[in-house]
Design a binder for this molecule. Structure first.
Ligand SMILES: Nc1ncnc2c1ncn2[C@@H]1O[C@H](COP(=O)(O)OP(=O)(O)OP(=O)(O)O)[C@@H](O)[C@H]1O
Ligand SMILES: [Mg+2]
Length: 640
């Protein structure tokens, strides 16, 4: 599947953006989530402090009420005079006015003199009661939370035990319990000493309020701390007082909308708060909803844990806040991603446009339109690349032009040689027969003539000139020969040795020192040995002719550096070739020798033979110093 560079770039950008976005979303969700929930927990911790103060205030209020009542003159007077009727009437008035659940007077020994709520029960001793005993011994008012047994409650008056009675409601997460009801009660109670006019202790007045089914404290907490605010129809904040793990006073609502009295705290919270005596703050499923909740133990006067004070804020509100914050963040991140995508797409186009131009330019050049140039308006790496491409196109064009010129020269040269060859062949053919006839008749005439005849000498000269003509004609025919060389795998070194052996003894080579630099491992090549020997002969004869006086001819064979050709080099220390003539030496009939001494066909014929072997012949020369001819023959003949 071919994926465009643009798509790849955009996919890469997208991948980076998505990964960054997801990481940001994940981190933000954690931070926002823990931040908001953390804040809620801080708030609920503060709310619990406030609730504790309200609870303490309630104790103080009961304390103050009992203390003030104990100081009333009628209490002292009636107590001193044992006026039970007055005590009962007046104390019951106070109890009702101050909405106390109980108000009881004892003598200085703790024996009950009168109970405001039910005067029929008296005479029992309350000195065993912790608060009464402390008030008696310490002679000062004392208040605390206490647990009162059903027996005690029954004594205190009609309806008190009934108010305290609570039936357990099964609660899923609570500690399993065999008990099914609560008959005792948790109570805020205060006891104050009653002094006579002489300052002696004459009795103790104690009074208090049940917390069971008494919603004064919890509703006050809800009112003061949460101002009764509702969220989606539910109270945002709730408060509860537990007796042990049982809900005895609460504004948490059950399913039917009534207060969830009788349900119990979860086992987890029970262990932490009731058993270990530590506060518990966290998420809690309270009756029907999740709350961010705080619990702390409630202790009696001896420090024994007897209950729990709870406040909780509806978690739903904070979850919604958190979700809204996350939604906003998601929106912003998504918008950012879209913007980044658009920007990246523009950037990709910006990078790809010039590359497209380059591709277009390359196609133009491939088609041969080397004039085409890439336009660059920018100043960056791509612009640099475009300039390099343009430079490359210029260089290609230059080389192309040179190649064209060289090829056309070569074509002209070959055409010229071909025309000359055809002409020469035609002329040679036409001249050959009459020349044969001239020679034949001259020889016939010579046979008929006496040696001393004056004509004999002239006729002999005519025959010599005619045979020279035959040589020229033979050369011309060689040059123009159309026949293919008869090639066979042959050793170039051997052909060279044979050629040199033939020429070495000639007079021409008397003053020529022949040096050989032969490569012994030269591979065999496909060649026509006799034609190649003719080439070698032509070249070494030319060299010997070029050496005036003493000189040296070096013959070397070797492999070409590219291992595709073998090279045969002939270097002489002769007169050299003037630059003007270098171009012409392979032309037929080009000779610098005197008339009658050279035909000018030697190199032309040699060139033809080498070309037929698909080789090359090259000349290098320096006037006055010497000349070297390099023949290159291919190791593998090219396929036609
Ligand atoms: N080694 C050389 N040193 C100097 N000049 C040379 C050399 N070889 C060839 N030439 C020049 O090239 C010319 C052409 O050579 P070519 O062999 O074709 O003809 P030629 O030697 O003149 O005549 P022919 O070979 O027919 O006797 C020579 O006349 C000579 O001027
Ligand atoms: Mg020659």
């Amino acid at each position: 599947m071919k994926i465009s560079l643009r798509a790849k770039l955009i996919i890469s950008f997208l991948a980076v953006i998505i990964i960054c976005g997801l990481v940001a979303i994940f981190v933000a969700m954690r931070v926002i989530g823990t931040g908001i929930i953390g804040q809620a927990q801080d708030k609920v911790r503060i709310d619990l402090n406030t609730a504790r103060h309200i609870y303490q205030d309630e104790i103080q209020e009961v304390k103050a009420l009992v203390r003030l009542s104990a100081q009333r003159f009628f209490v002292k007077d009636a107590l001193l005079e044992k006026d039970i009727q007055t005590l009962k009437t007046e104390l019951e008035k106070i109890r009702k006015r101050e909405s106390l659940d109980m108000l009881t007077l004892t003598d200085q020994n703790g024996q009950v003199i009168v109970r405001a709520r039910d005067s029929s029960v008296s005479g029992d001793n309350q000195a065993h009661d912790e608060l009464v005993s402390r008030a008696l011994s310490g002679r000062k008012v004392i208040g605390a939370t206490v647990i009162l047994s059903r027996e005690q409650l029954v004594k205190e008056g009609r309806g008190v035990a009934e108010q305290a009675y609570i039936k357990f409601i099964p609660t899923p997460k609570a500690k399993p319990s065999l008990e099914t009801e609560q008959t005792s009660a948790m109570c805020i109670k205060a006891a104050a000493p009653v002094f006579g006019y002489d300052g002696s202790l004459i009795g103790v007045l104690y009074g208090g309020n049940l917390l069971n089914r008494n919603y004064k404290i919890v509703d006050k907490v809800k009112e003061i701390v949460y101002q009764g605010v509702k969220y989606k129809g539910k109270d945002i904040g709730t408060a509860t007082i537990f007796q042990g793990d049982l809900r005895i006073s609460t504004n948490v609502k059950a399913q039917d909308g009534s207060r969830a009295i009788g349900t119990r705290v979860s086992e987890e919270v029970r262990k932490q708060v009731l058993v270990k005596g530590l506060p518990w703050i966290g998420r809690a499923f309270v009756v029907n909803n999740w709350y961010i909740a705080a619990y702390e133990p409630v202790k009696d006067i001896k420090g024994k844990i007897i209950g729990i004070l709870y406040v909780g804020i509806l978690e739903e509100k904070f979850i919604d806040m958190r979700n809204r914050a996350i939604e906003m963040f998601l929106g912003i991140t998504l918008a950012g991603m879209i913007i980044a995508l658009i920007v990246s797409s523009f950037l990709a186009s910006g990078v790809l446009q010039p590359i497209k131009h380059l591709i277009f330019a390359s196609k133009q050049w491939a088609k041969g339109n080397l004039e085409y140039r890439v336009k660059t308006t920018r100043k960056d790496e791509i612009a640099e690349l475009s300039e390099t491409f343009n430079f490359m196109a210029s260089s290609l064009k230059e080389r192309d032009d040179k190649l064209k010129e060289y090829t056309s020269q070569q074509i002209m040269k070959s055409e010229r040689l071909a025309t000359l060859g055809q002409l020469a062949a035609g002329v040679a053919h036409e001249i050959n027969n009459p020349l044969g006839a001239i020679l034949m008749y001259t020889h016939l005439a010579l046979e008929d003539l006496e040696q001393k005849d004056i004509l004999h000498e002239n006729l002999e000269k005519a025959a010599a000139e005619a045979s020279r003509c035959k040589d020229i004609v033979k050369g011309l025919l060689d040059f123009a020969r159309q026949t293919e060389p008869k090639v066979e795998e042959s050793d170039v070194n051997e052909a060279l040795e044979r050629t040199l052996a033939v020429v070495e003894n000639q007079a021409l080579f008397q003053n020529v020192k022949i040096s050989k630099v032969i490569c012994p491992s030269l591979p065999k090549v496909l060649m026509d040995v006799s034609q190649m020997q003719q080439v070698f002969t032509n070249i070494v004869l030319n060299a010997a002719e070029a050496i005036e006086g003493k000189g040296e001819l070096t013959v070397a064979t070797r492999m070409a550096p590219d291992n595709e050709y073998i090279e045969i080099e002939f270097t002489d220390t002769g007169c050299g070739i003037p630059p003007d003539n270098l171009e012409k030496i392979f032309d037929p009939f080009f000779t610098t020798k005197e008339v009658g001494h050279g035909t000018g066909l030697g190199l032309a014929v040699s060139h033809g033979i080498i070309a037929k072997h698909r080789g090359t012949i090259e000349v290098k020369s320096e006037q006055g110093k010497g000349t070297s001819f390099i023949i290159r023959l291919p190791l593998k003949p090219k396929e036609d």
